[in-house]
Write a protein that binds this ligand. Structure first.
Ligand code: TAP
Length: 463
C-alpha cells in the first residue's frame, strides 16, 4: 500500500533537493558549514521518509526496508561520533564506497525485475550505474585500506600495468554494451565483477598524499552512479542528488590538485610512468638551531606581527586548544597582531585546519588564506610553524627538480624569524627535506606540538 500520494512525494523530493543545494552552498564557507551540514542531513531524512512512505512495497518488504534504515543508522551514527578527525578521510572513503555499491546493487535489482523488457535508454543508464558504482565501491575500499594502514600506502604498479589497464577497460566496456543491449541480469553480474576489478586497478598505482584526492574523485563517481540509477528507475531525487554529488565531487579534486600544484591526470597515472609519489621518511642529520620554550615565548611577546602556520602535526597532537590559548594570550595581553596562516592543503583533507581550529572556537577573522598572507610576509616579524612542513617548503618555489615544485606555499622564509615546532627531523608527507629548517632565521623547538605549546604558554606568563 502507498501511504503518500505521488504529488505529495514529488513535492517532498523537490524540498529535499532544495535542502541539498542550500547545504552545498552552506558548506562552501567555514561560518555556514555547520548549518549547511545540518540542512543536508535534514534533506536526507525527508528523502528517506518520503521514499519509505511513497513506495509500493509487497508483503514484508516494507519492514525489511525499515530494518535496513535502522541498521544503517545504528552502525553509522556511533562511528561518525567517535571517529578521530585525522581518520576522517578513510571514513569518507568507506561511506562513499557504500554509496557506490548501493547504486550498483540497485542497478542489478532493476535488471532482475525488468527481465529483458526495458528499453535501451534504461538499460544503458543501468549499465553505467552498475559499472561506475562497483568501481567506486572497490576503489573506495582499497583507498580505505591504504589510509587505515591495512595495506601499504605506497603506489603499487603491477608488471605490464598499462596493458592490464587497457585490457581491463576493453573487457569492461564490452560487458557494459552487452548489458545495455540485452538487459540481462547475468551480464549485469559479470559487469559488477569487471567493475570491482577495474576499481582496484584504478587506485592501486595511487599512493601517499594523492590518496585523498582519489577519494574525492571516487565521490564524484558515486554521484554519477546514483544519477544513472535515478535516471533508469526513474527517480527524480536520486537523479538530482547524484548530479549534485557528481558535480561537487569533481570540483573538489580539481581544487586539491591546484593546491598541490599538480594535475589530476598526473596524480592518477603518474605512478604508471614509473617513480613513486610517496617520499622517504629518512631523518636529516644536518645541524639546526634549537630554541627553548622560553626563547619562543619571549620573541613572540615582543613581536608586532606573528603568523602561526598550522599543519598535519597539529591535528596529530590535538593541540588546537592550547594553540588557540597561546594566540589569544598574545593578542589580548601582549597586543601582538597574531593570526593563523591557512594553506589550502595543510593537513590531510580539504578544510582540515579550518575544522580543527573551529573546534577550538578560533574566530574566523583570524584565519588568513595563504594568497592574502604572502604579500604581508616581509613585514611579518615571526612565523611559527606548528606541525606543518611541506606547506612552507621553499623548494616548491625554487627547486624545479623537487617533487612539490609548483605547489603554492606560505612564504614563511620571507618573514623576519621562523620557529618550527615538530618532534624530529623527519620530513613531511612529501618525504623531502625542507631547506627552511636549516635557514639562519629558523630555530626548532622539538617535541609533541601539545607539550611544546603548553610550555610556551607557561613561559609566556613569566614574560
Ligand atoms: P606535512 O608536510 O605532512 O608535515 C607535518 C609535520 O608535522 C611533519 O614534519 C611532522 O614532523 C610534524 N608532526 C607530526 N606529528 C606531530 C606532533 N604530534 N607534534 C608536532 N609535530 C608533529 O604537513 P603539512 O605541512 O600540513 O602539509 C600537508 C601535506 O599533505 C602536503 O604535502 C599536502 O600535499 C598533503 N596532502 C594534503 C591533503 C589535503 S586536502 N589537506 C590531501 C592529501 C595530501 P615530525 O614527525 O618530526 O614531528
Amino acid at each position: 500500500m502507498n501511504l503518500l500520494p505521488a504529488e505529495v512525494a514529488a513535492a517532498l523530493y523537490l524540498f529535499a533537493a532544495v535542502c541539498f543545494i542550500l547545504a552545498l552552498k552552506g558548506l562552501s564557507g567555514p561560518r555556514t558549514a555547520r548549518k549547511g551540514n545540518a540542512l543536508g542531513a535534514f534533506g536526507a531524512f525527508v528523502a528517506v521518509v518520503t521514499v519509505f512512505l511513497s513506495t509500493e512495497f509487497g508483503g514484508f518488504r516494507r519492514w525489511l526496508a525499515l530494518a535496513a534504515v535502522i541498521v544503517g543508522a545504528a552502525l553509522s551514527v556511533p562511528v561518525a561520533r567517535r571517529i578521530a578527525m585525522t581518520n576522517m578521510p578513510q571514513l569518507v572513503a568507506l561511506l562513499n564506497g557504500v554509496g557506490g555499491g548501493a547504486a550498483a546493487i540497485v542497478g542489478l535489482v532493476e535488471l532482475a525485475e525488468w527481465s529483458g523488457t526495458a528499453g535501451y535508454v534504461a538499460t544503458t543508464a543501468t549499465a553505467a550505474a552498475i559499472l561506475i558504482g562497483s568501481m567506486s565501491f572497490a576503489g573506495s575500499v582499497v583507498t580505505f585500506m591504504k589510509l587505515q594502514g591495512l595495506m601499504t600506502s605506497r603506489p603499487i604498479v603491477l608488471p605490464l600495468a598499462w596493458l592490464i589497464m587497457f585490457a581491463g577497460m576493453a573487457i569492461t566496456a564490452t560487458l557494459g554494451v552487452f548489458v545495455a543491449v540485452t538487459g540481462s541480469f547475468w551480464w549485469g553480474l559479470a559487469l559488477i565483477a569487471a567493475g570491482l576489478a577495474s576499481g582496484v586497478l584504478f587506485v592501486l598505482p595511487v599512493g601517499g598524499a594523492d590518496v585523498p584526492i582519489v577519494i574525492s574523485l571516487l565521490n564524484a563517481f558515486t554521484g554519477l552512479a546514483v544519477a544513472s540509477s535515478g535516471f533508469a528507475m526513474p527517480n527524480t531525487l536520486m537523479l538530482v542528488a547524484g548530479i549534485l554529488v557528481g558535480a561537487s565531487g569533481t570540483v573538489l579534486p580539481l581544487a586539491m590538485a591546484k593546491g598541490m600544484g599538480r594535475s589530476v591526470l598526473g596524480i592518477l597515472f603518474g605512478a604508471l610512468k614509473g617513480g613513486s609519489t610517496a617520499g622517504s621518511t629518512q631523518e636529516s642529520d644536518r645541524p639546526v638551531r634549537r630554541a627553548t620554550p622560553e626563547d619562543v615565548a619571549t620573541a613572540l611577546a615582543y613581536a608586532r606581527k606573528v603568523v602561526v602556520v598550522p599543519g598535519y602535526g597539529l591535528a596529530v597532537a590535538q593541540a588546537q586548544h592550547v594553540l588557540s590559548e597561546l594566540v589569544t594570550t598574545l593578542r589580548d595581553e601582549h597586543h601582538v597582531d597574531a593570526v593563523y596562516g591557512i594553506h589550502p592543503v595543510a593537513g590531510r583533507m580539504p578544510g582540515h585546519m579550518n575544522v580543527l581550529l573551529a573546534e577550538a572556537n578560533v574566530p574566523y577573522e583570524l584565519l588568513v588564506e595563504a594568497e592574502e598572507l604572502n604579500p604581508q610576509m616581509p613585514s611579518t616579524d615571526i612565523v611559527m610553524v606548528v606541525g606543518a612542513n611541506d606547506v612552507v617548503n621553499p623548494a616548491a618555489r625554487e627547486d624545479p627538480q623537487s617533487s612539490i615544485y609548483g605547489m603554492p606555499i606560505i612564504d614563511a622564509d620571507y618573514a623576519g624569524q621562523v620557529f618550527f615546532l615538530k618532534r624530529s627531523m623527519r620530513p613531511g608527507f612529501a618525504g623531502i627535506e625542507n631547506e627552511l629548517l636549516f635557514n639562519e632565521k629558523t630555530q626548532l623547538l622539538f617535541g609533541d606540538a601539545k607539550d611544546s605549546l603548553s610550555a610556551v604558554v607557561a613561559a609566556l606568563k613569566e614574560v
